[in-house]
Design a protein around this ligand. Structure first.
Ligand code: PFF
Length: 457
């Protein structure tokens, strides 16, 4: 048995699952996806994807994990011995690993911004009285990521931090830390939202974010919204299977899935309400900011509106770094649990086997924003390609397999027992959830995948 996180309290269980879900996906990835995919139309499709597809798929993952009682591959092996279904778990593990490669890089950017906020370097040009703040922050961000060395150092720091945390099993520490910091992050988001909404021309940004132009809903917008929904809920990557294997028998899965989803939507929504008013107010829409840098170039300007901007900025990026780390350790834990349980490695060997190759793979992702940015595959940099292929192709395929297994192959009683805690709860929504997992989710996800391929031809 591996020494994986054990959830002693209900709050700890929810905090860890929310900690895995709430991360850079909602804070960094969401605004950039909204910006490049039609604004409010994207938001609408995203929320629909979370409720119609995300929650049922999450329940399917929880059920497989709690009933299977092991890592992503082991759970399928236990539930379907002698069958090839464990391959669905293997795909999930591979996807999660590829996500780690670029997630570490962005977590490194967050760390760098926290550090620069503390030292005051981020705000230095402002102190010298330079005129165009938007230009300064955008230039600073592009200078930073196009530099080869600096981002690499911070990426390595994040990987090393992950290694230490995972190696010494101080999940309890990080869990306790995130129990305190996460609610504070929520409060900070609310405060920044008020600041952003009070900026001149904020209403244009709010309109972009909240007033949908239905003609903007194209197959590609739908597949990106679906990818974002799955990414932000940590679906299809085996994380929820692994975590659910530690859920006690009396955990209410439906309630837990709602708590996780609403926290994720809340953070994403708040970020939109902070970023887009700031974008229109500071005229950043004309600056052709590329997606991944949007949040980093925009937020410092919001902080700059406040007294003690350095303090707010340092706090925000500190919380974001912690949110990123609670997500990276959950992703890495999937592969580590697999190595321990399936390959019978010690915890130490498993941690090194999983994390050391990341020093190389994340280097490639990081450099692809800098000196290797001219290397493109299908018109995308390696960084963008990793992001696109994992979130928009591998996650949906993994989720289809999961739904087909639970909806069609496994005994119906398995899902029912999990949702009703072996009959001790009345789960009126069971039938609806089963219907979605059997029919709606696989067909819709497959349809979206196929139409996006045809569309791209
Ligand atoms: N859901 C996390 C986020 O939105 O940042 C990212 C993530 C965590 C993805 C865990 C995948 C995962 F398995």
């Amino acid at each position: 048995m591996s020494e994986k996180a054990q959830f002693k309290t209900k709050l700890g269980l929810i905090a860890a699952t929310v900690g895995s879900a709430v991360g850079l996906g909602s804070v960094w990835r969401f605004p950039s996806e909204v910006q490049s995919n039609g604004g409010a139309a994207f938001l609408l499709v995203y929320i629909a994807c979370v409720f119609i597809l995300g929650i049922p798929v999450m329940l399917a993952e929880f059920s497989i994990g709690r009933a299977g009682g092991s890592d992503a591959v082991g759970s399928f092996r236990n539930l379907a011995p002698g069958k090839k279904w464990w391959l669905a778990g293997a795909l999930a593990i591979l996807t999660s690993y590829l996500i780690l490669c670029y997630y570490m890089v962005v977590a490194g950017w967050t760390f760098e911004y926290m550090w620069q906020s503390i030292t005051g370097h981020l705000y230095e040009p402002i102190a010298t009285g330079a005129s165009d703040l938007s230009a300064q922050f955008s230039t600073r961000m592009s200078e930073y990521i196009t530099d080869d060395i600096n981002p690499l150092i911070h990426t390595y720091i994040i990987i090393a931090l992950n290694l230490v945390i995972l190696l010494f099993g101080v999940q309890k520490g990080i869990e306790r830390l995130s129990n305190i910091l996460m609610p504070m992050l929520f409060v900070l988001l609310l405060a920044f939202c008020f600041v952003s909404l009070s900026l001149p021309k904020a209403s244009e940004g709010v309109e972009f974010f909240l007033k949908p132009d239905f003609s903007a809903i194209t197959p590609s917008v739908v597949i990106r919204a679906l990818g974002q929904a799955f990414f932000s809920l940590s679906l299809g990557m085996g994380v929820l299977i692994t975590y659910a294997s530690y859920f006690p028998k009396d955990t209410r899965l439906i309630k837990t899935s709602f708590s996780v989803s609403t926290s994720v939507i809340f953070v994403a929504f708040m970020m939109g309400m902070i970023i887009f008013p700031a974008v229109t107010s500071f005229g950043l829409q004309d600056r052709a900011l590329n997606g991944p840098t949007l949040v980093f170039a925009t937020l410092p300007q919001v902080f700059e509106q406040l007294p003690y901007s350095q303090l707010w900025s340092a706090l925000f990026f500190l919380f974001l770094t912690v949110a990123a780390i609670t997500s990276t350790i959950s992703i890495a834990e999937v592969s580590i649990a697999f190595m321990q349980d399936r390959c019978h490695m010690s915890r130490k060997a498993a941690c090194f086997t999983v994390l050391l190759p990341l020093f190389v793979l994340s280097t490639i992702c990081s450099l692809s924003q800098g000196s290797m940015s001219s290397v493109t595959i299908c018109g995308m940099t390696i960084f963008d390609l990793f992001d696109y292929v994992t979130a928009n192709i591998m996650l949906p395929i993994g989720s289809i397999l999961l739904c087909v297994y639970l909806g069609w192959v496994a005994k119906k009683q398995l899902f029912k027992d999990q949702l009703t805690n072996n009959g001790s709860l009345t789960a009126h929504s069971y039938r609806i959830v089963l219907f979605i997992v059997r029919y709606i989710a696989p067909i819709l996800i497959a349809g979206i995948l196929i139409s996006s391929f045809i569309n791209n031809e």
